[in-house]
Write a protein that binds this ligand. Structure first.
Ligand SMILES: [Zn+2]
Length: 162
């Protein structure tokens, strides 16, 4: 069982898919790194010893405080903003993965999900930077994209029932 506790990501090397074992997909969310553009980090090795990866967004941030910008440790508000940004970035990855899953069957829906993923990535950046005007804009955009995607999903579900 390959585990490296430093980044907080554990996985069962025996149950990885071929793509995950080859380092082509995330061991946590199965994001296909050939198709989903997301920063990833090495998190251990597969049963055959090849390096495997996970999206950076799944990784717990380093222990409290002490960075070059905050030598005395980050203020609570900064840590809070970073935690929220990480959650939103993780959501963005999940939407991107979802989009890939729909791509072959429903290009329109996949593209709407791409838009959601992109707007979530922008929102995560805005949350981390914490500039109120930018944050308002990014929130509104993400909400609109999410609504559009939901509306399309509802139509598809209704079509499926009829
Ligand atoms: Zn992932």
């Amino acid at each position: 069982m390959a585990m490296e506790p430093t980044h907080g990501i554990t996985f069962d090397a025996a149950s990885l898919t071929e793509a995950q074992a080859d380092g082509m997909a995330c061991v946590v969310c199965s994001a296909d790194y050939m198709r989903v553009d997301v920063p990833s980090i090495p998190v251990g090795t597969s049963a055959t010893g090849s390096q495997v990866f996970a999206c950076e967004s799944h990784v717990e941030p380093a222990a409290e405080g002490k960075s070059s910008s905050w030598p005395e440790g980050e203020p609570a508000t900064v840590r809070q903003a970073e935690a929220e940004a990480r959650e939103v970035r993780d959501l963005a990855v999940r939407w991107a993965v979802l989009a890939e899953r729909f791509r072959s069957r429903d290009e329109l829906l996949a593209r709407a999900m791409d838009d959601v993923a992109r707007s979530m990535t922008d929102l995560a950046t805005a949350v981390a930077d914490d500039v109120p005007e930018v944050l308002d804009g990014a929130t509104a955009t993400a909400r609109a994209r999410l609504d559009a995607s939901r509306a399309l999903l509802a139509v598809r579900q209704a079509e499926g029932r009829s």
